[in-house]
Design a protein. Structure first.
Length: 191
């Protein structure tokens, strides 16, 4: 249940900046939410249950993409334009399932870097290759990547913050409880 709430919060983090007339510059909980959701897929019981959960997560994110494209940006919606993005959603969930099954600082840092960097490279390459915004040359690709750097930075920071909260706070709470139990066991003052 918590994984779905996190994914819903991630979807809302994409929608609310537009509803509140703010520019988010890709500062969303999406990458961290997908990684966290994926880390919980391993506990689904069977492969069929995990696939069903992944499909439901993708459905929520596909609906979010549709809403943003049609109602916020007011562009026509073309499924083909989103296939790479939807495959990325699934891949990041699977990355979270593998890398964050046993979370650690190093694994979370690697997952953060892998998810943000892969999205940056895939999305910018898709924009460069599939549009006329940039010339289809090496300098056009370089320009596309350079103009995407502020979005990459914000995605990297927001993914790290999201994972830090989702994995770090429970770990910190466990450490505090352990320290309180140890202090109580040794009859030490708590303050």
């Amino acid at each position: 249940m918590l994984a779905y709430l996190v994914l819903l919060a991630a979807a809302l983090s994409r929608l609310l900046p537009h509803a509140l007339h703010l520019v988010s510059w890709n500062f969303t909980a999406l990458g961290g939410g997908l990684l966290f959701f994926g880390s919980r897929l391993r506990n689904s019981g069977s492969a069929r249950a995990a696939a069903a959960k992944l499909a439901s997560a993708l459905a929520l994110l596909i609906a979010t993409d549709y809403y943003l494209t049609v109602y916020v940006y007011q562009y026509p919606f073309h499924v083909a334009a989103y296939l790479v993005t939807w495959l990325w959603y699934a891949a990041v969930c699977l990355l979270g399932m593998g890398l964050l099954a046993r979370p650690s600082f190093l694994r979370a840092a690697a997952a953060t870097l892998a998810s943000a960097t892969s999205f940056f490279l895939l999305s910018n390459f898709a924009v460069w290759a599939g549009s006329v915004m940039y010339p289809h040359t090496v300098s056009g690709l370089t320009a596309c990547l350079a103009l995407g750097l502020p979005f990459y930075r914000n995605d990297l920071v927001s993914t790290a913050l999201t994972l830090g909260v989702l994995f770090g706070l429970p770990a910190l709470a466990r450490k505090i409880v352990e320290a309180l139990h140890a202090a109580q066991h040794n009859n030490l003052p708590l303050a």
